[in-house]
Design a protein around this ligand. Structure first.
Ligand SMILES: [Zn+2]
Length: 342
């Protein structure tokens, strides 16, 4: 039912690193078992990245001018119309929810998850800020879905640090909901549905079984979460998590507790690899929408490339819709298990 298809091609060149001896460059094209989108894995010995120093960032974007710092929220952030939630800004403990200034979807909201202007990756995870923000956004999305029955797609997302595309340093998480899903979101829902119609089983459950059988990419599993490195990754360090529930709106305390534990491991691993930023996305079906889908998550480590601080995505991804990685997913899984799974 699931096929891990790959094709390896080589190109020999005279390498300056090896005294211009012939070197066989190797590219591995891998097909994502669900979407059939390809990823390219370049076999190239990479050395560990230098630690990225964050000292300058709060100077470049100081608290005075930060809209998400507590003293600026009343004057610098947007407010909801009262008809939507009965309040203009929503407060839940340390979390404040506001509309995104940029309307990317029919509903586009931001959870500011800390009072602190700048926080280390490990702190936002280990101290519970990120998961608390996600818990709050799940509740907001529930209210949106109950209020507006035309909403068919919803997701929770996070860009952490500028290399991930985040323009605001202050820790925050975002949710989008609307009638038109993103390309990838629409694709995985549709393909999961087709898989279920063809085989009578949920792709995500079958994937878990296949990954267990292969044993090369499973990192960790609990009663409610399954952590793995996807066969066709979306970048260098791409970690996936599959929940037992169909929708993120169905996630309960036990799911979020397991998720938090897994996230701690991911962050421990990213830090050990000197990866300073990440993108995180939860993909979801609507509640009660059948048995073909499982809520799932991808977390992709992001970094600037030396010496210029270049972006770690290029024309392959932006124009060709093709992901690339210089590390084999099986290596990522092995390394991560060594570092943070007993
Ligand atoms: Zn701030």
């Amino acid at each position: 039912m699931i096929r891990f298809k790959k094709k390896i091609q080589t190109f020999t060149y005279l390498s300056p690193i090896q005294g211009f001896q012939p070197f066989e460059g190797k590219i591995e094209v891998r097909w994502d078992p669900l979407t059939r989108l390809t990823s390219r894995i370049v076999h190239f010995p990479t050395k560990k990245f230098e630690k990225y120093h964050t000292d300058l960032l709060p100077k470049m974007a100081p608290p005075d001018t930060c809209p998400f710092c507590p003293q600026n929220i009343p004057t610098m952030t947007s407010k909801f119309e009262r008809t939507l939630f009965g309040k203009e800004r929503l407060k839940f403990g340390n979390v404040t929810v506001i509309p995104n200034l940029l309307t990317f979807d029919k509903y586009c909201v931001i959870a500011i998850i800390s009072k602190e202007h700048f926080m280390d990756m490990a702190d936002i995870v280990n101290k519970g800020y990120l998961v608390e923000g996600i818990r709050v956004l799940i509740n907001i999305l529930k209210r949106i879905a109950e209020k507006d029955r035309t909403v068919k797609y919803l997701s929770i997302n996070c860009n952490y640090m500028p290399m991930s595309g985040s323009s605001i340093l202050h820790p925050h998480v975002q949710a989008i909901a609307g009638e038109v899903g993103t390309n990838y979101h629409r694709m995985i829902l549709k393909k999961s549905d087709l898989f279920f119609k063809k085989f009578g089983e949920c792709y995500w459950d079958v994937l878990k079984d296949c990954e267990y059988e292969k044993g090369e990419r499973v990192i960790w599993a609990t009663e409610n979460t399954f952590w793995y490195v996807p066969f066709a990754p979306k970048g260098n360090l791409d970690i996936g998590c599959i929940f037992n529930k169909t929708s993120i709106l169905d996630l309960e305390e036990e799911d979020l507790n397991d998720f938090k534990e897994g996230l701690r491991k991911v962050v421990t691993y990213f830090k050990s690899e000197n990866v300073p930023g990440f993108n995180l996305s939860f993909f979801s079906a609507m509640p009660n929408s059948g048995k073909s889908f499982k809520a799932n998550l991808r977390i992709l480590g992001r970094r600037f490339l030396p010496p210029l601080g270049a972006a770690d995505t290029n024309y392959f991804y932006t124009l060709h819709m093709e992901s690339t990685s210089v590390i084999l997913p099986e290596e990522v899984a092995k390394e991560m298990k060594n570092i943070c799974v007993e």
